[in-house]
Design a binder for this molecule. Structure first.
Ligand SMILES: NC(=O)c1ccc[n+]([C@@H]2O[C@H](COP(=O)([O-])OP(=O)(O)OC[C@H]3O[C@@H](n4cnc5c(N)ncnc54)[C@H](OP(=O)(O)O)[C@@H]3O)[C@@H](O)[C@H]2O)c1
Length: 228
């Protein structure tokens, strides 16, 4: 069966990716910062589930992950871990360091992790790299303003993954840039429009049927094209 690797797999969308792929018989490598605290993930309790500790903001942990997974093929690599970053308050957005922290997790780490595991993807049958971005990174869709930290991190992420989609197409690797919808998770909050099951089912269908024509496009979980 194929293998999927998911970052930020202990809760929210990442946990649901792990749950659904396991239910379909896949092998799942679920990465999270603190496996000991990842009760919901461990409760999936499956011998096809491997849980590995990875803080994606730590280069040493990304290198250690690549070493651990040396020679193990990965069919679908999913960059899911993300943070909202600080929001505007009466004091503004806070110190620039908090912005840099969000850029590290949302923008730089997906690139770093992808580079570190590229040989694993090359040796997989499906050769797909998926990055969970957000419509908040769209310029065309930005009619409300605000959220400058989150928006800029996802806009930058889109630029990075667009380039990777072109660079890796030559090798037959499909890079997908997916918006999950506004989803009921800790990040999405209680007013969100859809549940994790609908979001992940939709994105898994896109991943399953993806062809080189889908690479480098900005697509929502329901297949809708999002303007950059
Ligand atoms: N929910 C939405 O409406 C929505 C909409 C658009 C895009 N997204 C994107 O979808 C992705 C998943 O979001 P979500 O809604 O599932 O959010 P969530 O419920 O807040 O979960 C975020 C996940 O990312 C992990 N994470 C954060 N920093 C990390 C780090 N340094 N290293 C490893 N893992 C880290 C968290 O782990 P810890 O538990 O250790 O913090 C958690 O597993 C994110 O990229 C988000 O930007 C979500």
């Amino acid at each position: 069966m194929p293998t999927a690797l998911v970052t930020g797999a202990n809760r929210g969308l990442g946990l649901e990716f792990a749950r659904q792929y396991l239910a379909d018989g896949w092998d799942v490598i679920a990465c999270c910062r603190n496996p000991d605290d990842a009760g919901d993930l461990r409760a999936l309790d499956n011998d096809r589930l491997t849980i590995l500790a990875v803080d994606v903001a730590r280069s040493d942990q990304i290198r250690a992950l690549a070493e651990t997974l040396k020679d193990r093929p990965i069919d679908v690599l999913i960059n899911n871990a993300g943070v909202s970053g600080p929001r505007m308050t009466e004091e503004g957005y806070g110190e620039p360091e908090a912005w840099l922290d969000a850029l590290r997790v949302n923008l730089i780490s997906p690139f770093e992790l992808t580079q570190a595991l590229l040989d694993n993807v090359r040796s997989g049958d499906q050769k797909k790299i998926v990055t969970i971005t957000s419509k908040m990174g769209s310029m065309a869709d930005n009619t409300d303003g605000g959220r400058v930290i989150y928006r800029s991190s996802k806009a930058g992420l889109n630029a990075v993954m667009k380039s990777l989609s072109i660079d890796l197409a030559k090798e037959g690797i499909i890079v997908l840039i997916l918006h999950p919808g506004w989803v009921l998770t800790d990040m999405g909050g209680p007013d969100a429009w859809i549940g994790v099951e609908e979001s992940i089912s939709g994105m898994r269908a896109i991943i399953e049927h993806a062809t080189p024509e889908h690479a480098g496009r900005f697509l929502a979980y329901d297949g809708a094209e999002i303007p950059w």
